[in-house]
Design a protein around this ligand. Structure first.
Ligand code: NDP
Length: 327
């Protein structure tokens, strides 16, 4: 038996509880992992609370991230004792995930624990941080270099936002952090933000084009925010869009794209091909100051993941949550 969070949905309703789970119930897979840490991402918040249609099969163990050691393997790439990381691939949505003491997975989904990180640090980064890095890589691919001007990060106090601010600042960009929590300005400055702005200026319906300001942007918010960010992006700038914290809609016009040559670069971490994942993790080892992970991260035990999921969706969590599944 092992401990895990189990989401059930039946006539009694949708619920998540800490449960004792029989190992015989683990799903198919060629690698069994003794999990050390998982995390809470926005998507885990949706899964645990049932506020978004994330879970596709019941019962489900949530948790789109995990780090741990291989306990059994019939996959030639992994041996007992190997330290491994998993992010995405539909785990915690359609296949049992990381918010449990054990997981059984496809070896092809795993990556070795990236050199330079402890298991806990890898989860401090987690899907949110690795997605932030994919966004930075998207900006670079489209020619957004530090000399081009200011870059904007929306949802700056969130998981994706915090890591994006830290990485971009370390790379020499002038980072403007947009947030609804001005009280966290000191935190954002410590991560490297040059200026903090109120997210309210992006939240409402705006004009097709505004004054050009951003050479690039990382947006984890979507909806009117993304539309307004595109409308204020400079000629030939790029916006990397990865999230929907404000909403899934995009009430925009084509004006920024056809009149200013703005690029809207979509970023997905879930099905992201393995070479790009490995590159993102290697870049994180180089371009993220590990000392900042302490500041970004808050650690909780497994049972606390359930109430904390609701706090995360309410925008009350700063940075990243690491879950020690063995406490
Ligand atoms: P968090 O909850 O940690 O951060 C979201 C942040 O968005 C909040 O901290 C808040 O920042 C801001 N925010 C929340 N509600 C609103 C609102 N109504 N209007 C404007 N801003 C708001 O989530 P994550 O960082 O884990 O994820 C962020 C988004 O990115 C989510 O939508 C998530 O689903 C998506 N995502 C997508 C991935 C992909 O593969 N494409 C991978 C990972 C995440 P502040 O308080 O500073 O304003």
């Amino acid at each position: 038996m092992f401990k895990g969070i189990l989401i059930e949905k039946d006539d009694a309703g949708y619920r998540a509880n800490l449960a004792e789970i029989d190992e015989a119930q683990l799903p198919d897979g060629d690698v069994t992992v003794a999990v050390q840490y998982s995390t809470l991402n926005y998507k885990d918040g949706l899964a645990i609370t049932g506020k978004g249609p994330v879970v596709r099969k019941f019962p489900m163990v949530p948790g789109i991230d995990l780090v741990g050691t291989v306990e059994a393997s019939s996959n030639p790439d992994y041996r007992v004792g190997d330290a491994v990381v998993l992010n995405g691939w539909g785990v915690g949505e359609g296949h049992w995930g990381g918010l449990a003491q054990k997981a059984r997975l496809k070896g092809d989904w795993l990556v070795p624990l990236p050199t330079g990180f402890t298991p806990k640090q890898a989860m401090s980064i987690g899907t949110a941080g690795y997605t932030a890095m994919l966004c930075v890589m998207a900006l670079e691919r489209h020619g957004v270099t530090p000399d081009k001007g200011e870059v904007l990060v929306t949802g700056a106090n969130g998981g994706v936002g915090s890591v994006a601010v830290a990485v971009l600042a370390r790379l020499g960009y002038t980072v403007v952090a947009s947030t609804g929590r001005p009280a966290e300005a000191e935190y954002l400055k410590k991560l490297g933000a040059a200026e903090i702005i109120d997210r309210a200026q992006f939240s409402e319906p705006g004009r097709p084009l505004g004054k050009e300001r951003w050479a690039g942007a990382v947006d984890s918010v979507g909806s009117h925010t993304l539309a307004n960010v595109c409308a204020t992006t400079r000629y030939r700038g790029t916006v990397a869009a990865c999230g929907l914290a404000q909403g899934m809609d995009l009430p925009a016009t084509v004006a920024p794209f056809i009149l200013r040559g703005v690029t809207l670069a979509g970023v997905d971490s879930v099905m992201c091909p393995r070479p790009d994942r490995l590159e993102a993790w290697a870049r994180l080892a180089r371009d993220l100051d590990p000392a900042l992970l302490e500041l970004i991260t808050h650690e909780i035990g497994l049972a606390a993941a359930i109430p904390t999921a609701a706090e995360l969706l309410a925008g009350k969590v700063r940075g990243r949550i690491v879950v020690d599944v063995n406490r």
